[in-house]
Every structure is written in C-alpha cells, then in structure tokens.
Design a protein around this ligand. Structure first.
Ligand code: RNT
Ligand code: ZN
Length: 418
C-alpha cells in the first residue's frame, strides 16, 4: 500500500482525535504468546509419533506437513514469527521437552529437558511461557488427575505440577522475563456426578500442596484455566469457572480465560472488568469458539475484537498476558497459526484506534445515539492502511501476500515431510 495510503488514513483518524502513530508504537510493545501446539496437533515429543489422546480436547484433520520433530517445529515457529508482525513469546507445553532417546515420564521432567528451548529463545530474543500436560497419558485415562480419588494418580500429577512450577521458574530466570505457567486439567465426567464437592475438595487440596513452594514473581507466575465442559466431561468439570475464580482470588493466583470455554452466547470480554478489578493479572487463551470448545483458528471476529476492546478500554492491557489456543489439522498449519496470531493483533490495533475519550464523553452525557454512530463509523475507517503499515514495520507480509509465503514454505519445506 505504501506511505501515501498510511498518511491519508492517519489524517482520517486524526480528524476523530485518534493518533495512529501512537497506536502503532503501543502495539509494537505488546507480546503475544504463540502456542507451540498448532504445529503438531498437540502431539508433543515424548515418544516418536505421539498424538493427542483424551483430555476433553480433540484435533480433527490430517492435512500433510505436520511437524514430526522439535527441529521441524522450531523451523515452523520461526516461519510463523516472520509472518506475524510484532513481539512474540513462545507458549510451550511440558510434553514438548527434549527427552532424547530415553522416555521421561511427567513426574520426572527437569529443567534440563527444556534447555534447548531456552537456548533457542535466547537466540531469538523471546520469552517462554509454560503449561503442565495433564492429558495424553495413561494416568489421565480415568478422567481425573489432580482431583482423582486414587492417591497414586493424584500424587503422580501433583509431582508433575510441582516440577512444572520449578521448570517455569528456571525458564523465567534464564530468560529474564517471568514465565507464565498455565495449569489446565481435564478432570470431569460425561454424566451425572454425585460427589461433586468431593472432587472439588480434592482439587483444592492438591492445589494447596502444589503452591506450597513460593517462587519470585519475576521468574514465574501461576495461572489456572477454567472450563465449563469438554468432550467426555459434558456433565461435570471439576475446575469450573466458579471454582477457579474463588481459588485464584483467595490464593493470589491468576485466572486463565479461554474464549472457547464458555457458552457460545456468553461474552467473555464482559468478564474481564469484573475479574481485573479484584485480581492483578489475567491470562487469556484467545480462541474462536464454535458451538463447543472447538479451538478454531482465531479470526477478526466480533468476539475477538470485543476482548481486545475491553483490554484497551479498561487500561488493563499491561495486566493481561495474551496467549493463543487453537489447533486445526485440516488446513495448512503454518497458515492457520499465522492467521490466528495476526487476527488477534489486528483486533488489538483496531481497539487501540478507538476514539476512547470521545466515546466516554458521549456515554457520560447520555448521548446514546452519538456513541452508537461513532462506534459504527469505526468499521468503515481506513483501518487496512494502518494495519498494513504495522505489518511493514515488522517486515511481515500483508493480508493479501501472506498466502504466497505460506504456499512457498509448503512447497519447499512441508512437502518433504513424510
Ligand atoms: C483445553 C485447554 C488447554 C489446551 C492446551 C493444549 O480445554 O484449553 O489450554 O487447549 O493446553
Ligand atoms: Zn486453553
């Protein structure tokens, strides 16, 4: 598009009191944590040909080109980083450690297994966030992990969680940026559960045990991911929204809000101002829900925009850690990955270009129509030119040229994979 169209767009925004240069600068300071698991369908590298199994989540599709080794996954991630404009972090799952030839079980993982990722991140100048892996494992087959009534199972997963915290603290210290550790467990049941309070009580005790060891917040911070239901846990999820909201508030932990974990008609953006008034920080799992926790690739949709708008309007953008959570194995994975990350960044830019003071004035003066008209006008502002300028700033392709790069990578790199 070029300078001229940016300048025209800048003038148009200036007329409504919006400083586009400031918005671009601000956006360039906001990292998005790119999830490792879109590249290999949440398989991980604990064993050769590992695949996602169980845990209330599911990947569909078998489009060719999936990453089958850590080296391939890193190559894919590096490609994605060039396709997405802006500062990145890596969101790593415990099952993506470098275990070499020996099998290392979840209750035996050590920082050493993640050294390769840390070295890689240092080279790229990015931070890493971390996740315990409480699924795709024989010890999770009963449907319960940290809330299991079987002490052998429970202790196994408590040990995993403790080790993940130690690893996260080590990663954060190594990289000089706090590692956000998300804990999501699949615990729940397909049908009527009688002793719900029993399971929740066990989960509460397990968490208390896991969080006994304090770590400096400069190294790691804990987040707990809430959920309403999953595949196979339609009737009961132990770690529900209410459970974790209370646990987090009372124990000074962060909530992780996954946009796919609520009823489709619920507006996740509306939850943020209530939570952030009481909790210091929140972790977001940006996703695009369709009917159930479907982990669809994020697009520039209303729901995604509303989350970005709420973060900007509430001035809490710095308090919220932004992570992505989607996985689609039915289309080109690199394109899916990049598209989702770009769509969320685009939503943030859209939100940063809102004439917020003017909108609040209209609202406070009771001018409902004026507010509506101005918000409506935002949809036809020359937003594309500003977005393109942002992409250019990071040498990232435009929305139109990106597919050529994705196709070229597919031809040269992905096609070779068997
Ligand atoms: C599952 C949660 C969780 C996972 C990842 C892979 O419902 O959303 O965040 O998607 O850990
Ligand atoms: Zn999630």
């Amino acid at each position: 598009m070029g300078i001229k169209s940016y300048e025209n767009a800048r003038d148009a925004y200036e007329k409504i009191g919006v400083d586009t240069d400031a918005a671009l600068q601000r956006l360039a300071t906001i990292p998005i944590s790119i999830h490792c698991w879109q590249g290999d369908d949440v398989g991980g590298f604990e064993r050769p040909s590992a695949v996602l199994s169980g845990g209330g989540i599911q990947v569909t599709g078998n489009y060719p080109g999936k990453a089958r080794s850590i080296a391939q996954l890193r190559s894919d991630l590096e490609k994605v980083f060039t396709l997405v404009p802006g500062p990145h972090r890596l969101n790593l799952h415990a099952s993506y450690g470098e275990f070499k030839t020996a099998f290392v079980d979840r209750d035996a993982i050590e920082p050493e297994h993640y050294r390769g990722w840390v070295e890689w991140a240092k080279r790229l100048g990015i931070g890493i966030d971390f996740n315990g892996t409480f699924f795709s494992h024989p010890m999770a087959e009963s449907g319960y992990t940290l809330s299991s009534k079987d002490s052998r199972i429970r202790e196994f997963w408590i040990e995993h969680a403790k080790r993940c915290r130690a690893i996260a603290a080590w990663i954060g210290e190594q990289l000089g940026t706090p590692c956000i550790l998300n804990t999501w467990i699949p615990d729940g049941a397909k049908d009527i559960t009688v002793d719900k309070i029993g399971y929740r009580n066990i989960l509460k005790k397990s968490l208390d045990e896991i969080f006994k060891t304090p770590y400096p917040s400069a190294h790691m911070r804990d987040a707990l991911e809430t959920k309403l239901f999953g595949i196979g846990s339609e009737a009961f999820v132990v770690g529900s929204h209410e459970f974790y909201m209370n646990y987090a508030a009372r124990n000074n932990k962060m909530l992780c809000l996954d946009m796919g974990h609520f009823h489709v008609e619920e507006d996740v953006s509306d939850k943020l101002s209530s939570i952030l008034l009481f909790d210091d920080e929140v972790l977001m799992h940006v996703s695009r829900p369709i009917h159930w926790d479907s982990d669809h690739v994020v697009l520039f949709t209303d729901k995604v925009r509303h989350v970005a708008e709420e973060l900007v309007r509430s001035k809490k953008l710095d308090k919220v850690h932004l992570g992505l959570d989607y996985f689609d194995a039915s289309i080109n994975r690199i394109g899916a990955w990049a598209n989702g990350a770009r769509a969320f960044r685009k939503a943030l830019l859209f939100a940063l270009l809102e004439p917020q003071n003017r909108l609040v004035e209209l609202e406070e003066s009771g001018n409902g129509y004026g507010k509506m008209a101005l918000l409506e006008a935002m949809h036809t502002m020359p937003f594309g030119a500003i977005w393109e300028a942002y992409c250019e700033k990071f040498d990232a392709p435009s929305d139109v040229t990106i597919m050529d790069e994705v196709f070229a990578y597919e031809q040269i790199v992905l096609k070779e994979r068997v």
